[in-house]
Design a binder for this molecule. Structure first.
Ligand code: FES
Ligand SMILES: [Fe+2]
Length: 397
């Protein structure tokens, strides 16, 4: 569990940067808890957004294949000569960090007969990758560097059979990937203001303490919605997070297609606001939606990153990463992170993702034409609009 204020005061703060102008704008608008006014909003989202297979297919093309998506945190590949594989929206992706420390992404597909090249579920440390089928071997820049009995492939040019590279960008502690190797991607939306915010939060220098993948029987947007909804926090999480949370008049803005959010913790007072993240994270919560599939939530001792990967109209997976500012140096710090992981497994796995799956079951029955949104769910509207903008852009292209 997280700590009390008394324990907080006796703990040395960890490294943290200075708030960015965008973060400061939200801080300036945060009212005292007693002065919170919740926006009054009536809005709806069509239920078919979550259940229609045709809409899902359209989203794969217009969102998942068209904009950069988050593949993993940089902290998953902390060292040169390492690699990791993950399948995102049907595309097997191989993430590598080459000998010079540069992160790259490739289709995780062997150029010989198409086998998925890396099948490990862990980050591997090696300078090359050997296909398990016939042992074609690639370096971490995707070059085909060897194949057994090369003479039986007369005229084969190794230089022409490297792995298909996917456009990628490492920024703000995240590795963003374009899932279509044929397309040009606009990375300016991920490496400007958004990356500056994440750098200020220390995401790029963080240590990967724990991670786990959760399969969820829900449309990917239902998981995103569950993170965009400040209405449920003290209710669904009444036995877990609620003790640290209050109904908060969230301050929200958009950074391009992404969402930046500031919420109160229960001990928030305006006079405690500073420009240092190591102090702020005790009194309020910065959270972000990295469009389309990342959820970043700042806690006092760690930052949570959820990466959502669609699998079918009613199925997705969430990779949950618990990012600590540094490797724990004491047993106490290690235990604290393990307890945080246990708490987050409950909060996300057993509460949020469970709620998303139960909504999928309810919505798939066809009972509702639309779902209702109130004043503490306005971020859901923003997110749904960002998805719809992608669909409309694709239609008019
Ligand atoms: S499929 Fe990879 S070496 Fe044959
Ligand atoms: Fe939640």
């Amino acid at each position: 569990m997280e700590e009390t204020m008394d324990q907080i005061v006796s703990n040395p703060p960890h490294a943290g940067g200075t708030v960015t102008p965008g973060q400061r704008r939200l801080l300036e608008k945060m009212p005292e808890l007693a002065d919170c006014h919740f926006p009054q909003v009536r809005d709806t989202v069509p239920a078919t957004n979550y259940t229609d297979p045709a809409r899902y297919e359209a989203e794969l093309a217009a969102v998942w294949k068209s904009v950069p998506v988050i593949a993993a945190p940089s902290a998953l590949l902390p060292e040169p000569k390492s690699f990791h594989q993950v399948t995102i929206a049907g595309m097997p992706v191989l993430l590598t960090r080459n000998k010079d420390g540069v992160a790259k992404a490739f289709a995780n597909v062997c150029r010989h007969r198409g086998m998925k090249l890396c099948t490990s579920t862990k980050t591997e440390k090696a300078p090359r990758i050997v296909c398990p089928y016939h042992a074609w071997t690639y370096d971490l820049d995707g070059k085909l560097i060897g194949l057994p009995r090369a003479e039986i492939f007369p005229g084969l040019a190794k230089s022409e059979l490297g792995l298909r590279e996917l456009p990628s960008r490492e920024a703000g502690g995240l590795i963003w990937v374009g899932l279509d190797p044929e397309k040009e991607y606009d990375f300016s939306t991920v490496d400007g203001e958004l990356a500056e915010d994440f750098d200020a939060l220390g995401l790029g220098t963080s240590y990967l303490s724990h991670y786990a993948t959760f399969p969820v029987d829900a449309n990917w947007k239902l998981v995103m919605d569950s993170m965009l909804d400040s209405y449920h926090v003290t209710r669904l999480h009444k036995d877990s997070l609620a003790q640290f949370s209050v109904d908060s008049e969230n301050q929200i803005d958009r950074v391009g297609p992404h969402i930046r959010n500031a919420a109160h913790r229960s001990n928030f007072e305006r006079k405690l606001i500073t420009d240092r993240h190591d102090e702020l994270r005790w009194i309020m919560v910065f959270s972000y939606i990295g469009f389309p599939n990342g959820i970043i939530v700042v806690s006092p001792h760690y930052t949570s990153l959820g990466v959502v990967r669609p699998i079918a109209v009613d199925k997705c997976a969430v990779d949950y990463y618990l990012l600590a500012p540094k490797k724990p140096e004491t047993e106490r710090a290690e235990i604290r992170l393990q307890k945080s992981m246990d708490l987050m497994t409950q909060v996300f796995g057993e509460e949020d993702y469970w709620a998303a799956a139960m909504c999928q079951e309810g919505l798939s029955s066809g009972t509702l034409k639309e779902v209702q949104l109130g004043g503490m769910e306005v971020q859901i509207r923003m997110f749904q609009d960002a998805v719809t903008e992608c669909l409309e852009r694709a239609k008019s292209a």
